[in-house]
Design a protein. Structure first.
Length: 342
């Protein structure tokens, strides 16, 4: 198994000014990383992050993963790369699917090519549960990102760059997630709005998502896919838990209906992936299907060892009640501050 050390390493993070990138940067600094290159296209967020962290180990690169040259500049002399840049909002990608393709697919291809050319040792790419059995453009482009990463690993076995994937569900209190919306609605004295009360979603903190990526970063073989086990709740339970923590136990909850491109339940592992996965405690590891470009392997031969398994979904994982969800929410620093400020 490949192992690396973060201490003293030079690391680049694409989409580094987002919720994940900021949390990842703080974690890496705390673990003794050397220089950290932040690549993003938002100069305002870069300025905000530069002032907030005020650390000479950070270098900021203005660019876009769609622009290969800007990616190359950020990867010079870099040991490890975390690829977090993406178009993530389901409605935005539904309205502008071509834009999602250019960032999530073409941009990810640029990141892989630039990392390989720069001699990066390990590249970890962030995916989402929406890539499994995708029903929306965001999930479809993330699924193609996964295939792009796996194709590189399969077709370039001699590359010194280990390309791997992590896939995770909803990250609690990340930018654009539903929990900040519930908090804002409660603070403004409005009713809470949910799409469908019995819809389920995986729940993971930003810190746990960082742990997942660092696990892949340190232990991945080329083409590996890592999934962190996570509990889930219904969106109604989540809304009630947020309201209770903020002293609004009687908050009214309104159902607005499922939005275009949403699923009732999310899937982190397909049945086919689950059949090949190994259980590593907190994580599942799905190894690369490393068959060659010999087409008879795909067309004429099967896999007699393949065993039918169930999907790993937000419906069949550990289901949290209101009290359990409240306990999980209190692991989020933002929620703790809000509760303590009451």
């Amino acid at each position: 198994m490949t192992t690396h050390s973060i201490e003293g390493a030079t690391i680049a993070i694409t989409g580094g000014t987002g919720s994940f990138g900021t949390t990842m940067t703080r974690s890496l600094l705390a673990r003794g990383a050397g220089q950290i290159n932040i690549l993003s296209r938002d100069e305002a967020k870069q300025d905000e992050m530069r002032k907030a962290l005020d650390d000479s180990q950070l270098r900021f690169f203005l660019g876009d993963v769609r622009d290969l040259d800007s990616v190359r500049q950020a990867f010079v002399d870099v040991d490890f790369v975390f690829h977090a840049a993406a178009l993530k909002q389901v409605p935005s990608c539904e309205f502008f699917p071509q834009q999602a393709v250019m960032t999530n697919v073409n941009g990810s291809h640029n990141v892989i090519e630039a990392a390989n050319a720069a001699g990066v040792r390990s590249l970890v790419m962030l995916s989402t549960d929406k890539a499994v059995y995708p029903v929306n453009a965001m999930g479809m482009t993330k699924a193609l990102m996964e295939k792009t990463a796996q194709a590189f690993a399969r077709n370039n076995p001699e590359s010194g760059t280990t390309v791997s994937l992590t896939r995770y569900g909803n990250v609690m209190y990340s930018r654009g997630s539903v929990i900040p919306l519930f908090v804002r609605q409660l603070q403004e004295g409005r009713q809470l709005t949910v799409t469908e009360p019995q819809m389920t979603r995986f729940l993971m903190s930003l810190a746990e998502s960082v742990d997942l990526v660092e696990h892949a970063f340190l232990h991945a073989e080329p083409g590996d896919l890592f999934v962190r086990k996570a509990p889930a709740s219904t969106v109604e339970t989540l809304a009630k838990a947020v309201a209770a923590l903020l002293g609004h136990e009687d908050a009214e909850i309104a159902t607005i209906g499922i939005r275009h491109g949403e699923k009732m339940h999310e899937t982190l592992l397909s049945a086919e992936e689950a059949a090949r996965a190994s259980d590593e405690g907190q994580y599942f590891r799905v190894p690369l299907d490393a068959r060659s470009l010999k087409y008879d392997v795909y067309v004429e031969e099967g896999d007699q060892e393949q065993v039918r398994m169930n999907d790993y979904t937000s419906e069949n994982t550990t289901r949290l009640d209101v009290e359990g969800t409240k306990e999980l929410l209190l692991t989020i620093p933002e929620m703790r501050r809000l509760v303590e400020a009451r």
